[in-house]
Design a protein around this ligand. Sequence first.
Ligand code: TXA
Ligand code: MG
Length: 316
Amino acid sequence: MIGKDIKKAAEIIKSEGIVAVPTETVYGLAANALSKKAVSKVFAAKGRPSHNPLIIHLADTDDLPIYCREIPPKSRLLLEAFSPGPLTLVLPKTDFVPEMVTGGMTNVAVRIPAHPMMLELIRECGFPLAAPSANPSGFISPTSPMHVLKGMSGKIDYILDGGNCEAGLESTIIGFYDGIPVVLREGVISRGEIEKLIGKVRTLSNDKILSPGMMSSHYCPRTPLLLSENIVDAIGKIPKMKIGLITYGGIYKGLPEDCQISLCQNEEFSIAARNLYAAMHELDERGYDLIIARRFPDHGIGVAINDRLFRASIKL
Ligand code: TXA
Ligand code: MG
């Protein structure tokens, strides 16, 4: 079920099976992007609505024109700077991409991941891999083979073990609409890094038509999660509950140490991103009444961390 055998993973995918695969962001659930039968298994295993499209993963930028009809100059700049890596581009699709992959949309999301095992797997297969995150729809994304097993056991054919994901948070998604760049999902690459290269990018304002997956509730643990700017205040208001705390920059003195996880020391927020989903999985298993998460400063990768925590949180 779990192993490091890339050839075996490729054989399963070639025979239209589905395999959980490591990437530098989160684990994906991969299928042959050109096989409707295989892609339908991914939707079924995740319980994902068929209108919510999948990202296709390629090994080489050179293959992009096979699947994307237009590659605007600004998207090329992003590719040169950030691929392979945690960048997903949404571009007009060619007829090679089945509509099932794009949820009926005329654009396709493409990404060249940086994990060496994933790149080798794509090359071994010889076709692109459609892969959403390898979690049941709406639940916390997996950053280790154990997280995948917890959510998808019995529903998938194999887990290719590539260790813990280095970035720990999903890719940044930039869509191009009539050549104009729009941030569809905040991610590992910050808006600042993107804008330094291609100038101002627009923001998706809850436009479900552009990106159906960006619904507000997502990445949820089973335990209710409260996102708070001020944890002292939040804890003070909630008496008599078993609380687990996700914080950063060291342990919070007002609660026992063993019921909290500090995601990073000081302000190393890329380390916090790497640890975020593992902390959510871990606290979710411990049976608290409530998880409180401390809001991060809204700069750099803190923006993407807050985005995930907000989507995971109960809205009061
Ligand atoms: O880091 C990542 O991007 C991971 C790894 C496995 O590559 N993948 C991932 O896939 O996060 P998923 O399916 O969990 O999230 C992809 C998001 C969804 O919100 C989906 O709606 C959006 O991308 N998306 C996919 N294709 C799209 C398209 N053609 N147009 C607009 N949004 C699209
Ligand atoms: Mg996902």
